[in-house]
Design a binder for this molecule. Structure first.
Ligand code: SAM
Length: 264
């Protein structure tokens, strides 16, 4: 799995805190599952299952769930939390499953991490039965962008490679084209917005700082020398204080979901 190491490394180190860190995770999982709409008893494969936001809720709805993840500590944690789910360590680019083994495949916030999402979708199509459904999600745009411009500007100054102006996250992976290219039909898209109020400047910093190591480990940003990192933190907090005073801090989180079928 050498070519995909970076996509799961951060998750490997943060399996314990992943779900606690992001209060939206469980709700996003519920939304994706509602969209996939598997009937009880459906054989469901959850790809890049993480802490089980999708897989756990699918099992609770009576699906026969198989969950895979590339990060060993996610796999260990999943097995512990959900003894009723079949969990394997596996790379999303190549499944050790037979053709047509599943009725539904879900993948919450995974395709955007992969080096070759088309290969993952081709594998997804292979393991689905004819007429089977894939439902996946990717991060959407940050709404109210103007309220966050101070942070975009600050990140641009300190971490210029991380911020590419005018490139919405959804553009980094063109799911509709990939789905069509891998032979899925009947595509649909659904957007979901979730306002996440943040208690204050420090809470915002904690959320941001927890994500920084991932960006560093994937090479998306260059680690800053200590004094520069401290200056970044100071200016981050002062920007966050202004935002807090001027109406509060809320991250209106946006998820884009796609659903399609393998032709019968
Ligand atoms: C953003 S998390 C999403 C977790 C879960 N689906 C959710 O919605 O909460 C992405 C997950 O994909 C896993 N992952 C990353 N690259 C992978 C790969 N190449 N194959 C399988 N899993 C991978 C990570 O380890 C992580 O658990």
């Amino acid at each position: 799995m050498t070519h995909t190491t970076q996509s799961w490394q951060w998750y490997e180190q943060n399996a314990q805190i992943y779900q606690e860190m992001d209060p939206a995770t469980v709700e996003f999982g519920r939304q994706l599952l509602d969209y996939a709409d598997p009937p009880p008893g459906a054989r469901l494969l959850d790809v890049g299952a993480g802490r089980g936001a999708v897989a756990g809720q699918a099992a609770a709805r009576g699906c026969a769930v198989t969950a895979i993840d590339a990060a060993p500590s996610m796999v260990t944690q999943l097995r512990e939390d959900f003894p009723g789910i079949t969990v394997s360590r596996m790379d999303a680019h190549r499944f050790d499953f037979a053709d047509g083994e599943f009725d539904v495949v879900t993948a919450g916030f995974v395709l955007d991490l992969l080096s070759d999402p088309a290969a993952a979708l081709a594998e997804t199509r292979r393991v689905l039965r004819p007429g089977g459904v894939v439902a996946l999600s990717v991060p959407g745009l940050l709404p109210h962008r103007e309220r966050w411009q101070w942070l975009v500007d600050l990140a641009q100054e300190f971490y210029p490679t991380a911020i590419q102006e005018d490139t919405p996250p959804e553009a980094t992976v063109d799911i509709p084209t990939l789905l069509a290219g891998t032979g899925f039909t009947g595509q649909n898209r659904r957007d979901f917005h979730l306002p996440v109020p943040i208690a204050g400047p420090l809470a915002l910093w904690e959320l941001f700082a927890a994500r920084l190591p991932m960006a560093e480990s994937t090479g998306a940003v260059v680690r800053q020398p200590r004094d520069r990192a401290e200056e970044f933190r100071r200016r981050f907090l002062s920007g966050a204080r202004r935002m807090h005073a001027g109406g509060g801090i809320a991250m209106d989180r946006h998820m884009i979901m796609y659903r399609a079928a393998k032709p019968s």
